[in-house]
Design a protein around this ligand. Structure first.
Ligand SMILES: [Zn+2]
Length: 216
């Protein structure tokens, strides 16, 4: 048997190495495509996990914010005897849509006070740690806004009404009156003097009686 001449090679035999090459290339391409697919589906899974975590976080935050609002609204209604008043704890989207550099505010003539979510949290937690500074401020901020809701306009007078009414709100939230008085006394000396002058209410508690009450 003699070696075939080049011209005798059948087309199949002649193309065999090329076919092998193409098959290898196809396999390599498939492997690369699989790798790309796995990488892409890995990212997609990660994005889905992040999206799910964000949605769950937003739901949990909403549930918590509503819990705080309910606690505060119930306490405020008990203190004022007004079941039309409510507290709204500002969500992250409120802060984005309408940024406010204040702890709380009201619209004149409205019956809802808008309070920053951290302030709501501090106020509701006040009975757990009545000498915590943030908690004491939270208590006073909420009752200050409530004093506005019931018609007090002048900031100094509103501060004074709030300091006198703070123990009532503290009791409605589950604390003791003595702790509420201590919180108001601390606020009078430590926080009120740090506010803008129009908020100053020197000697408010020392005067022995409020300028008017929340129920006036
Ligand atoms: Zn005010």
């Amino acid at each position: 048997m003699t070696a075939p001449e080049l011209g005798d090679l059948s087309p199949e035999v002649a193309s065999a190495p090329d076919e092998l090459d193409r098959a290898r290339r196809r396999q390599a391409n498939r492997r690369m495509a699989m790798r790309r697919f796995r990488r892409r589906s890995g990212w997609a899974t990660l994005l889905r996990v992040i999206a799910a975590a964000l949605v769950l976080g937003a739901i949990a935050n909403e549930v918590y914010a509503r819990h705080l609002e309910n606690q505060l609204t119930e306490a405020v209604q008990r203190v004022t005897g007004r079941d039309d008043l409510s507290i709204h704890c500002r969500r992250i989207w409120d802060e984005i849509a309408e940024p406010r550099a204040v702890d709380g505010y009201v619209w004149w003539g409205d019956t809802t006070a808008h309070v920053g979510l951290p302030v709501c949290r501090h106020a509701v937690r006040w009975p757990d740690d009545p000498t915590d500074d943030d908690a004491r401020v939270g208590l006073l901020v909420v009752i200050h806004e409530v004093a506005h809701l019931v018609g007090h306009v002048d900031e100094s007078e509103t501060e004074c009404v709030a300091m006198w009414a703070a123990p009532d709100l503290g009791v409605a939230l589950g604390g003791t009156r003595a702790e509420g008085r201590a919180a108001a006394a601390w606020y009078q000396t430590e926080r009120n003097p740090l506010l803008f002058p129009e908020y100053h209410a020197p000697g408010c508690l020392a005067s022995g009686r409020p300028p008017s009450s929340l129920l006036d």
